[in-house]
Design a protein around this ligand. Structure first.
Ligand code: GDP
Length: 668
């Protein structure tokens, strides 16, 4: 190993430059003396030596890349043979090995042949085509904690040639997989981690764009749906969704094989599917999802942006960020005895997540009653969970008709993309599989008509001029060339490029998770939580607002001056309850008591909240998505609220300067 690393470490470019120098000196030296003859022979040897070095380097590089995918599961001799057969092209050599392995020894997971809906056509193709054209999971994070945008998606052009798409941001795991390039021809895609977002001429002016007609045409008329996966830690969220993506063909065989080998090596074989979504080393080591991973997949009638939220209580703020951007949710619960109870009881995240997503505006919910294989697919256990959860979810504000329960096994893949054929299950369950249920969700009404609003979830430097921000468009639409106002810092910039699901577009509209390339502003002024808006109809920034709140199961009563953390969208801001205005009747909203001394659990109240720094907010009645928030205190969510009145200081140029300084401090 160390030997070929040395060879690979050799700088061939330098050698070739030297070689040029040699050639130059020979040509310049017209007289050929015996010494010069010897020199020429020596040069030939050098050239041959260099050729051998380059070739050996390529071979070792090819073997290394094959091992990165296959681990130690295949003997060296077989790898070398394949490498030699395909002229040290790791791409083709791997295809050969995996095809051989699949036909000879490797038994594919049971579900590979049962792919439903969109992917059926894909699975009919040959393994080679599948391995090449099936994109890797396109992934980005929404919390802004990570500055990585590990996209590495290949698109297929009409002639069947696989074209690399723009890759943004470093993603070591993805880069390591030799699926997209050959070592001898390094792709420009991978050379640079922050390639500029491609821009295209707009073609139509803003006045001409009929946004509704354009939306109808886009994605073959398929509406976009933002889906968040929630649930207690270890309920099986990542495994379930990772397996679903694999069955849909969004993760190619080679990558899956790599995850299987790597997770086996790390002694975490059962986490192989979870690794599709848990990409960072820390997530994998700890076996928990920390940030919110975003991935795209399709059903028969929809394009889904999937957000895999962390279940661990330490990462609830990230989970809120994910949930705030979701239209619908999949709540995963562990059906195993004792485990469902642990997640459901106090201290577990099942209830908290359920409450959070409902408070953040999610009304449709699919409950995956997971790990049903652990309880032999027993109907009684399923019913027990349905009745316990049903009762709670109703209290949390979900309508019975909008909650759907599906028995699943994320590990074996049962009931994920096709209806299960397990006799123990089919004896009593004839309902839809998880994918069918996701497909059946009603797409929400988007506020496309309203002025543009986008909440920034990530900021990163672009290679060209300007920088990129990502976030979900909450209202209105945007076109390349538009000027937008960022609040804070109350400054304008120009949108040079728009990317949705790794594709450059001229426009994007409410509901889309986009990446914008902007120019005309200093990146230091923009932070996670800023709102990009229409400069003609800007959002208000304030430090004081009135809100109606619903208090959850709090232990300490809330009094004037109570410190809280205000969470909404991607914002997390220290604040205090400045005034207790009134206690309201839960259903009628009638004032029961004015200026109460304290508020206790379950109460509905009007309060005034003071933030440390200005925050950009909307009234709930105008923009639901930007007027809804959560309050947290010492690691627990204590209340959900809606903004009823914006008070305090609106934005002034004086504040702009100070906030820019504050925002660029280490607070975020
Ligand atoms: P998360 O924390 O909710 O994302 O849970 P993970 O997906 O990381 O899974 C936690 C553990 O549960 C892993 O060891 C999985 O292999 C295991 N697991 C997940 N789904 C199932 C299932 O359906 N059946 C069984 N038996 N184990 C599962």
């Amino acid at each position: 190993m160390s030997r070929h690393r040395n060879v690979r470490g050799y700088n061939y470019d330098e050698d070739f430059e030297d070689d040029d120098m040699y050639g130059q000196s020979v040509e310049d030296d017209y007289c050929i003396s015996p010494a010069t003859g010897l020199c020429l022979i020596f040069n030939k040897f050098v050239l041959i030596f260099l050729f051998v070095c380059v070739w050996t380097g390529r071979l070792y590089s090819c073997l290394d890349q094959m091992r990165a995918v296959l681990g130690d599961s295949i003997p060296d001799s077989t790898l070398t043979q394949a490498a030699l057969k395909y002229d040290c092209d790791p791409h083709r050599a791997l295809d050969f090995i995996l095809t051989e392995e699949n036909t000879n020894a490797h038994t594919p997971p049971k579900k590979k042949t049962q792919v439903g809906m969109r992917s059926q056509g894909k699975m009919l193709n040959s393994s080679r085509v599948e391995a090449e054209v099936v994109p890797k999971v396109a992934r980005m994070t929404v919390s802004g904690k990570k500055q990585t945008m590990g996209f590495d998606v290949r698109s297929v052009e009409e002639n069947g040639i696989v074209a690399p798409s723009v890759r943004r941001g470093p993603s070591p795991e993805v880069t390591a997989a030799p699926t997209t390039e050959t070592p001898s021809k390094p792709s420009a895609v991978n050379e640079d981690s922050t390639a500029p977002t491609p821009t295209r001429p707009t073609g139509k002016s803003k006045q001409q764009l009929n946004i509704h007609a354009e939306l109808e045409k886009r994605q073959g008329g398929k509406p976009l749906l933002n889906l968040v996966v929630i649930g207690h830690v270890d309920a099986g969220k990542s495994t379930l969704m990772g397996h679903l993506l694999y069955l849909l063909g969004n993760v190619n065989k080679r990558t899956m094989h790599k995850y299987e080998q790597e997770s086996k090596k790390a002694g975490k074989a059962s986490f192989a599917y979870a690794w599709v979504l848990d990409e960072t080393g820390e997530e994998r080591n700890r076996g928990v999802t920390m940030d919110v991973g975003m991935t795209k997949f399709e059903t028969d009638s929809k394009v889904i942006t999937l957000m895999d939220a962390p279940g661990h209580k330490d990462f609830i703020p990230n989970m809120i960020t994910g949930a705030a951007q979701a239209d619908v949710a999949v709540l995963v619960v562990d059906a195993s005895r004792g485990e469902f109870e642990a997640g459901f009881e106090a201290g577990g995240q099942t209830r908290e997540h359920g409450l959070l997503v409902r408070s953040l505006g999610v009304t449709q919910l699919a409950v995956a009653v997971n790990k049903m294989d652990q309880v032999n697919w027993q109907q009684e256990r399923f019913q027990e969970i349905v009745s316990k959860l049903g009762h709670f979810l109703k209290q949390a504000g979900f309508k019975d008709s909008d909650v759907f329960y599906i028995p699943t096994s994320g590990l074996s893949g049962e009931n994920l993309t096709t209806r299960s054929e397990v006799a123990d299950l089919t004896a009593w369950y004839t309902g839809p599989c998880l994918l069918e249920q996701i497909d059946a969700f009603k797409p929400p009404q988007r506020s496309v008509e309203k002025p543009f609003r986008l909440c920034v979830s990530d900021v990163f430097k672009d290679q060209g001029s300007g920088f990129c921000v990502t976030g979900k468009i909450e209202a209105g639409f945007i076109q390349t060339g538009d000027k937008v106002l960022a609040m804070p810092p109350n400054e304008t910039c120009t949108v040079k490029g728009i990317t949705l699901h790794d594709e450059a577009l001229d426009w994007a509209a409410a509901g889309d998770h986009v990446s914008l390339t902007v120019t005309g502003m200093d990146i230091i002024k923009i932070n996670v939580g800023c709102i990009f808006c229409d400069p003609k109809e800007p959002i208000r920034a304030c430090t004081r607002f009135r809100a109606r709140i619903l208090l959850f199961n709090i232990e300490v009563p809330i009094t004037q001056g109570f410190p809280v953390l205000l969470h909404y969208q991607t914002v997390s801001e220290p604040a205090t309850i400045r005034k207790l205005v009134s206690v309201l009747h839960k259903s009628s909203g009638e004032v029961l008591k004015k200026k109460p001394k304290c508020l206790s659990k379950g109460q509905n109240a009007v309060v005034e909240i003071q933030t440390q720094r200005p925050v950009a907010l909307e009234l709930y009645k105008d923009y639901k998505e930007l007027g809804r928030f959560m309050l947290r205190y010492v690691g627990s969510t204590i209340a959900a609220g809606v903004v009823t009145e914006v008070k305090g200081s609106t934005y002034t140029p004086f504040l702009t300067k100070h906030i820019a300084i504050l925002y660029s401090s280490a607070f975020f």
